[in-house]
Design a protein around this ligand. Structure first.
Ligand SMILES: Cc1ncc(COP(=O)(O)O)c(C=O)c1O
Length: 440
């Protein structure tokens, strides 16, 4: 029998995470990725699929309740009407990269970026996997063996698995929730001069806790330019946006996508920011592997970057940014007004849902790791011993799905994740079912 099947059987038989502790990091990564396949493919959306299930595990929002602004749909339609779906630069269309550079500069005093620091991608999963491959094949002198690289966990299984395909990955747990923000000290202590890559999330999925900006600056300061630091910034939303100046250092690669902050996980769009020389080299990799991102979406990303930059600054739209398009001044005003209104409404709803769920779960006596950012809440239900068992017990007995923390490489405690961005009555119903199941 294959090792992985045996391990899955052992795990489901013992109903506690203890056997995972015995695996080395390489086997842990393979095991957790396979367990997440079982979760999505075989269980939640396989054998136990039901239209009656209340899904509080999506990691995203319910799109029937949380729509993207009409303005963004307008940009997509505008591109379609003009048949803008030809081949393009492998880094993405220049005007779109110019707009993105202006947007990301909004958060810095010294405008550290220009279009040559930006590469448009097909979302974070695709870009991080491509980055690992590109870096391992092109940026590192090797002696044939995989080099030892550091990966902070909790993390997202597909990304950790893709890292392990190119590096000998050492997992470093960051599960100290005693402070308001998370310290990177456990990772900092492991950095060696020869460490090729460090991979971490700046706001952690699933807890929604932010890495301390000072701690991130310390980590960056400890590395030489030969160590590449990949920051997954996808969850850096729905909370204070603070980006310290050291994030703009040459060996830092900042990855983002439209999946979380802008509710478009199925559009598979994003970007990364890096040193110009790194991106120049990456061009060759992109052009000979996937060609380019989907050119059809460039105007969407460009319009979003320009609108969001103005919204963040709280200023009127400067219509000069759209001078090469045939969109009237009145239409631009209308689109921008709608954009600001809808984004503000969505942000408020995300934060309200977060507060509502936190209160309900705390009042019920559950331990809640209160998020400062993003779309999720991490909880521990007293008396439970394994997060996957919590998922199965809840789904079978109440029809509510939660996301087991073990799938995010959380081994210290059986935390489960709740994504509360569904219609309020559905959320209330789902939370009541969870609480009644464990408290009665
Ligand atoms: C930390 C993290 N990074 C990346 C992703 C996926 O990004 P994308 O949808 O852009 O591929 C996820 C999805 O849940 C995530 O949690």
């Amino acid at each position: 029998m294959k090792e992985i099947t045996k391990n899955l059987q052992k795990y489901f038989a013992t109903k506690d995470g203890s056997f995972i502790d015995e695996l080395n990091d390489k086997d842990k990564i393979i095991f957790i990725k396979e367990l997440s396949n079982v979760y999505f493919r075989d269980h939640l959306y396989g054998e136990y699929r039901s239209d009656n299930n209340i899904i509080l595990s999506s990691g995203s929002v319910n799109h029937e309740v949380f729509n993207i602004p009409e303005a963004l749909k307008f940009f997509i339609k505008y591109a379609l009407d003009r048949d803008w779906y030809g081949y393009s630069d492998s880094r993405g269309r220049l005007q779109t990269r110019v707009a993105l550079a202006s947007y990301v500069n909004t958060f810095f005093d010294n405008e550290p970026y220009n279009s040559e620091n930006i590469c448009i991608t097909m979302g974070a999963t695709a870009s991080i996997s491509a980055l690992f491959e590109y870096i391992s094949k092109n940026k590192i002198k090797r002696s044939g063996q995989k080099l030892s690289a550091l990966c902070a966990v909790p993390n997202y299984p597909p990304l950790v698995k893709s890292m392990a395909q190119h590096f000998d990955v050492e997992l470093v747990e960051l599960n100290d929730y005693t402070e308001g923000s998370i310290s990177l000290q456990p990772v900092i202590e492991k950095i060696k001069p020869e460490t090729p890559v460090i991979f971490l999330q700046t706001v952690i999925n699933p807890s929604g806790k932010k890495i301390s900006e000072n701690s991130l600056a310390d980590l960056i300061a400890k590395t030489s330019e030969n160590t590449l630091i990949i920051l997954d910034e996808c969850h850096e939303c729905f909370g204070e946006k603070v980006f310290g100046p050291s994030r703009a250092r040459k060996n830092v690669i900042r990855v983002n996508s439209l999946s979380k902050e802008f509710f478009m996980p199925g559009m598979k769009l994003g970007w990364f920011i890096a040193d110009k020389k790194f991106i120049d080299g990456y061009y060759e990799y992109a052009s000979s592997s996937y060609g380019s991102p989907a050119s059809f979406f460039y105007l969407l990303i460009e319009g979003l970057a320009i609108f969001e930059m103005h919204r963040q600054k709280g200023i009127e739209l400067d219509k000069k940014f759209f001078s090469e398009y045939d969109i009237s001044s009145e239409k631009l005003d209308e689109l921008f007004r709608d954009y600001v209104q809808q984004i503000n409404k969505n942000s408020k709803a995300v934060i309200d849902n977060r507060l509502f769920a936190i209160k309900r779960l705390k009042d019920a006596g559950f331990e809640v790791i209160e998020p400062s950012h993003s779309l999720n809440i991490l909880i521990y239900i007293p008396g439970t011993t394994d997060s996957y068992t919590v998922f199965l017990d809840l789904l079978h007995n109440t029809g509510v799905s939660v996301y087991p923390g073990v799938l995010s490489f959380i081994f210290s405690k059986p935390y489960v994740r709740i994504s509360p961005n569904v219609e309020r009555s559905v959320l209330e119903n789902g939370l009541n079912k969870i609480i009644n199941f464990y408290n009665s």
